[in-house]
Design a protein around this ligand. Structure first.
Ligand code: ADP
Ligand code: TRP
Length: 322
């Protein structure tokens, strides 16, 4: 299977990104798939950003990929903007994309509300660029978090529409959403998804210090009860912490519940903070060597380019451009 996914270098990665996508990527890489994991820097331009920070963030994302276990010998690791065919295919696909479909996208509505002063056309066309990313590489599987499912479905719809109109060019992708971890919730508002665009107390960044981790976990919102028990409806905060505990410790939730039976939230939270401090140590100690990362991106781009060129030639031929 060809597996394809990326993350935007918008700001620090958090444990939601790690548990929802990066960790499942490692499993897919180990299962002998043909993997492309890359950095969506063109998508990151759709919300306000500082140009001098973009390259640094891109390097940080790649460094986090490597620390988490992505292996450039097994997976193609590259930067979106190095392959110009992404934007070329985006334009070609936009000519068959109904405007209404883009206006209906949940993320477009959310981000427009959040950045009311910067509702640019790129934000609306974001899912078309994402469809171009996916279809360009003849992707089978797209492992993403729950919030990106709608975009992957649009990519499939556009691929199908293109194939019906111009001939069988694209392989049709499928989203892969993890059973657990696809939606890690905010620490402060456990009914909202953990997001790096919210206040830092609501998420644990991969590079947070032990003190920050302790502080954030101890002040994470829980209910007024005492029992460490998984119950999304009545105990959203505790259930979210249990999910995080379970995924990092690789223990089933039922076992963790047993371990903290009659022990209360304080002890549970202290133990979770210790676990996170231990598991995130490699990220904290990470030393991003810029030349090494540039080299990986260069080699990745060379491999990605071969696939991109082949697809775009077929697309342009089928559309009457060549
Ligand atoms: P954010 O919403 O924090 O800005 P991104 O939109 O850059 O994160 O998401 C990068 C990837 O991480 C996507 O595949 C997304 O589905 C996944 N993801 C983001 N937040 C979470 C979360 N809270 N739980 C699980 N996966 C997440
Ligand atoms: N939109 C994705 C996110 O917010 C990033 C992304 C862009 C992506 N293009 C993609 C993910 C193609 C998977 C496949 O995280």
């Amino acid at each position: 299977m060809r597996v394809f996914s990326g993350i935007q270098p918008t700001s620090q990665l958090h444990i939601g990104n790690y548990l929802g996508v990066i960790k499942p990527w490692i499993d897919l890489q180990s299962a002998n798939n043909e993997c492309l994991f890359w950095v969506a820097d063109l998508h990151a331009l759709t919300v306000p950003y500082k140009p001098i920070e973009l390259k640094k963030r891109t390097s940080e994302v790649v460094a986090a990929y490597l620390t988490a276990g992505l292996d450039p010998k097994k997976s193609i690791i590259f930067r979106q903007s190095d392959i110009k065919e992404h934007t070329e295919l985006c334009w070609l696909l936009s000519t068959i994309t109904p405007l209404g479909d883009l206006q209906r996208m949940t993320q477009f509505k959310d981000k427009s509300a959040k950045h009311a002063k910067n509702i640019n056309a790129g934000l609306l066309n974001y899912p078309v660029l994402m469809a171009a990313d996916i279809l360009l590489y003849q992707t089978d599987l797209v492992p993403v978090g729950e919030d990106q499912k709608q975009h992957v479905e649009l990519a499939k719809t556009l691929g199908k529409k293109f194939n019906n109109k111009f001939g069988e060019i694209f392989n049709l992708p499928k989203a892969v959403i993890p059973k657990s971890g696809a939606r890690i919730m905010s620490l402060t508002e456990p009914n909202k998804k953990m997001s790096k665009s919210d206040t830092p107390t609501s998420y644990i960044a991969l590079f947070d210090s032990p003190e920050e981790i302790k502080k954030k976990i101890s002040s994470a919102t829980t209910d007024s009860g005492k029992e460490v028990k998984f119950d999304i409806k009545n105990k959203a905060g505790v259930s979210n912490l249990l999910t995080i505990y379970s995924l990092f410790s690789e223990q089933p939730i039922s076992e963790i519940e047993k371990q903290f039976k009659n022990k209360g939230y304080k002890e549970f939270k202290e133990s979770l903070a210790e676990l996170l401090i231990k598991k995130l140590k490699p990220f904290r100690e990470l030393e991003a060597k810029p030349e090494y990362i540039d080299d990986i991106l260069k080699q990745g781009a060379e491999k990605a380019q071969v696939i991109a060129t082949e697809t775009i030639q077929k697309v342009k031929k089928s559309m009457g451009l060549i």
